[in-house]
Design a protein around this ligand. Sequence first.
Ligand code: ZN
Ligand code: ZN
Length: 239
Amino acid sequence: MIRALLDGALAALLAPGCAVCGALLDRPLDGAVCPACWARVPRFSPPVCARCGVPLASPRATASCCDVCSVDLGVIAGARALGPFEGTLADLIHACKYGRRPSIATGLGRLMRDLRHTWHEPIDVVVPVPLHPRRERERGFNQAALVAAALGPPVCEALTRRVHTSPQAAASGAARHANVRDAFVANREARQVRGRVVALVDDVLTTGATLSAAAAALAAAEPARIVALTAARAELARR
Ligand SMILES: [Zn+2]
Ligand SMILES: [Zn+2]
């Protein structure tokens, strides 16, 4: 009741717009994005490549992997994403990171809960890919940590980012790998992942350089298995 009144008052006084489409928000307390935009998030539908998670070209495909499975996953057993990094999903991630809307990361994490069930074994622990402390201070939050917190299983902040890497968006494939190879180290929290099935969580999977570097560092803590969950999968157009 109070929440409804507050929503009404905020909507009337501030007339906040959806961070993606700009439409007036009826319920600003529910977050920065309108329900129509959340419903427009593009989703991958099965069957998907067992390794990298992109939809297989033919629904009747007999292979379990796509024929151009080019991402470098390193020790990651498999990766899954909600959908392609385009349209509303790309807009949401941009608004979250650069428009500083942390509630969007929480919403993405909720949408990603179903991805947990695409493995034959349950996920015990989720580990967000960390930002360098300096970048996290600049942004005010780590979107991957907020996504991880909304997924359901316990969160373990097992990794530390020790190198302030240049923005990934500016680097090409080979440069990205050199850039992030030694960027992560397992910290004291990593003891909790030993023998467990771990999902590494990030917002976007592009070349796999960041996730595979994070997984290599996490492997030192001897988890049973490492899988990766991201909100979006980028660079499908090149394949
Ligand atoms: Zn909208
Ligand atoms: Zn593949």
